[in-house]
Design a protein around this ligand. Structure first.
Ligand SMILES: C[C@@](CO)(OP(=O)(O)O)[C@H](O)COP(=O)(O)OP(=O)(O)OC[C@H]1O[C@@H](n2ccc(N)nc2=O)[C@H](O)[C@@H]1O
Ligand SMILES: Nc1ncnc2c1ncn2[C@@H]1O[C@H](COP(=O)(O)OP(=O)(O)O)[C@@H](O)[C@H]1O
Length: 289
């Protein structure tokens, strides 16, 4: 038996950090939304009690360090599953890019194995398990659009933002999330207004979504990698309505509503960046079918 599960990337429309916690993590408030750029996770049922992983990508570990492997291992031990699985990941989402590719592969594995191993868990239960793997995994279990609090694992569903194109541009560098949080100056931040962003989304006000994009991690990564600022400037020059770095970066996204502008930005940035994509937002949450 085989199952193909889509694992979409996320962008952070707003990312605020409130303070550093005693456990070393940061208390965050983020507005996250999934986009139509996805890895494909293929799960094949094995009768031996084993987890095999194939990643076909030299930047993605093909052993127990892979977050999808960790998701399978977690379900296996927690629910004493005696069956096994072969996990094959077709990697489309850029790695270490601020797009939660690894977290989404883990979340897709949780959703898929719930079915393949017949575990009967709810999305809420899968999301809670996901938080043991990484801070972004709970959001990725649900997908759609949400407010994420705590260290990222407390999820409140939001409506889909107004329809738009998202152009993603990743420079030729990868960024360590831990290092970006470590370098954050808690007292020197320009906080985005999370409530204004929630209101803009709820009222389907595209202009206000554009005005309220904000990410406190952006300055940290911009200081480390000036090419991220250059990409932001270019996107604006080619006509993006608003531009922001996603998560800890280094991927920059720009949003537009008109097809012609999307083409202009996409064509303008290709060749200048490592990878460029033009995609739609994914409005809907995942369901357990
Ligand atoms: C910044 C964000 C924004 O969505 O995403 P990415 O840029 O990684 O995609 C997330 O907060 C990242 O989530 P995720 O990548 O799952 O983080 P984890 O694996 O749990 O943690 C990696 C490291 O980041 C730091 N970390 C993470 C989350 C958090 N709320 N506070 C932190 O300080 C910790 O140092 C931790 O060791
Ligand atoms: N399935 C996976 N896909 C991508 N990276 C993975 C995966 N499993 C583990 N990793 C590790 O996690 C790191 C960050 O991965 P990723 O999720 O792509 O970035 P980000 O945290 O910036 O969103 C990678 O450098 C890689 O070593």
């Amino acid at each position: 038996m085989k199952l193909l599960v889509k694992a979409p990337a996320k962008i952070n429309l707003a990312l605020d950090v409130l303070h550093k916690r005693s456990d070393g993590f940061h208390e965050v408030e983020m507005i996250m939304t999934t986009i139509d750029l996805a890895d494909r996770v293929e799960l094949t049922l094995l009768n031996q009690d084993k987890i095999h992983i194939l990643s076909h990508n030299r930047y993605v570990p093909d052993d127990q360090r892979n977050l999808a492997y960790q998701a399978a291992q977690l379900l296996k031990t927690r629910f004493k599953v005696e069956k096994g699985v072969m996990i094959s990941i077709e990697k489309i989402i850029p790695v270490a890019a601020g797009l939660a590719g690894g977290s989404s592969d883990a979340a897709a594995t949780l959703r898929g194995l719930n079915k393949l191993w017949d575990l009967g868990l709810t999305l809420d239960e899968l999301a809670e398990l996901g938080s043991e793997i990484g801070s972004d995994v709970s959001f990725c279990v649900y997908g759609g659009t949400a407010l994420a609090k705590g260290r990222g694992e407390i999820i409140t569903e939001l409506p889909a933002p107004p329809t738009c194109w998202v152009i993603l541009a990743k420079p030729f560098i990868g960024v360590s999330t831990a290092e970006v949080y470590r370098r954050l100056d808690i007292n020197g931040m320009n906080h985005p207004d999370i409530n204004e962003m929630i209101a803009a989304i709820t009222q389907q006000n595209y202009q206000e979504v554009c005005s309220n994009l904000g990410n406190v991690l952006e300055d940290v990564t911009l200081n480390l990698h000036p090419e991220v600022a250059q990409i932001k400037d270019q996107m604006k020059r080619f006509g993006a309505d608003a531009v922001l770095m996603s998560g800890s970066g280094p991927t920059v996204f720009g949003i537009v509503q008109h097809d012609s502008r999307m083409h202009r930005i996409y064509n303008g940035l290709r060749g200048f960046c490592d990878q460029v994509f033009a995609v739609r937002l994914l409005g809907e949450r995942h369901t357990l079918d």
